[in-house]
Design a protein around this ligand. Structure first.
Ligand SMILES: Nc1ncnc2c1ncn2[C@@H]1O[C@H](COP(=O)(O)OP(=O)(O)OP(=O)(O)O)[C@@H](O)[C@H]1O
Ligand SMILES: [Mg+2]
Length: 237
């Protein structure tokens, strides 16, 4: 059984059908990339998966259970979490308080401590800056905090919306390395939404290209990297 099965997902904003019949699976331990141009429906898909936008149609099976009508807190408790596009940190709160904002579903203090230690091992800069206001950090550091906050919930499936957006290339490489470590060392499945299609397809086991709310190409990351349509549309080849 796949870990996540998205079947015929629809998301609407009034008359606009932002996501139209999207289906894909995520297997245990996989990195799945969703790529596509602006407005293609990638963020809407992630928001519908975590419960921040209502599902207008279709099913979302997580570990065999249909979660499409659960609230987002219940989905986080079930094992999903999202690091949203644009990071959405509380700029006037400390880094540590931002991380703690992701810890509502984590029971004991010992477990919270263990979560923090894991995140600090992944991102030593986050530990260095834990007492600073989040708004005073660089964009790349803020992105690390946003990923860390999503990791606090101890997800089995982590969704990352545009982790490289607006970040210096050196830091992008650092964040890409962290994404791979999260996947390999903790065995967490990842859905990675990226405008940087080259980066996402390199990291991904499976990938899906979105256009106008629909999946138009699917395959292994390496196969999509070699696909002439994908190269022309997203890789500038
Ligand atoms: N809250 C909203 N209300 C109305 N329309 C919206 C809303 N959010 C997104 N849309 C529209 O839905 C469509 C899909 O948007 P979405 O943000 O899912 O795309 P995306 O693939 O994440 O794009 P980007 O790469 O720019 O982040 C777009 O036409 C967008 O304008
Ligand atoms: Mg988006």
């Amino acid at each position: 059984m796949p870990m996540l099965e998205v079947q015929n997902l629809n998301v609407r904003y009034g008359q606009l059908e932002a996501v139209r019949g999207v289906s894909f699976n995520v297997e245990q331990g996989e990195i799945v990339a969703l790529v596509g141009s602006n407005g293609a429906g990638k963020s809407s898909t992630l928001k519908a998966l975590i419960g921040l936008e209502p599902v207008a149609g279709g099913r979302i099976l997580f570990e065999g259970r249909d979660i499409a009508r659960l609230g987002s807190a219940a989905r986080v408790s079930a094992g999903l979490s999202l690091s949203p596009e644009g990071r959405r940190l509380f700029g006037r709160m400390t880094v540590l308080d931002n991380l703690m904002a992701g810890a509502h579903t984590v029971g004991s203090r010992a477990n919270v401590r263990a979560r923090l230690d894991e995140i600090y091992a992944l991102f030593p800069r986050v530990q260095e800056r834990r007492a600073q206001l989040a708004g005073s950090l660089s964009g790349g550091e803020q992105q690390m905090v946003a990923i860390g906050r999503a990791m606090m919930a101890q997800p089995r499936l982590l969704m990352l919306d545009e982790p490289s957006l607006g970040i210096a290339p050196k830091i992008v490489a650092e964040i890409a390395g962290a994404i791979q470590r999260i996947n390999r060392e903790s065995g967490i499945a990842i859905v990675l939404v990226e405008q940087n299609a080259r980066l996402a397809l390199r990291l991904a086991h499976q990938a899906h290209a979105f256009e106008h709310g629909q999946v138009v190409r699917s395959g292994k990351g390496e196969d999509l990297l070699a696909d002439p349509f994908v190269q022309k549309a997203y890789l500038g080849v």
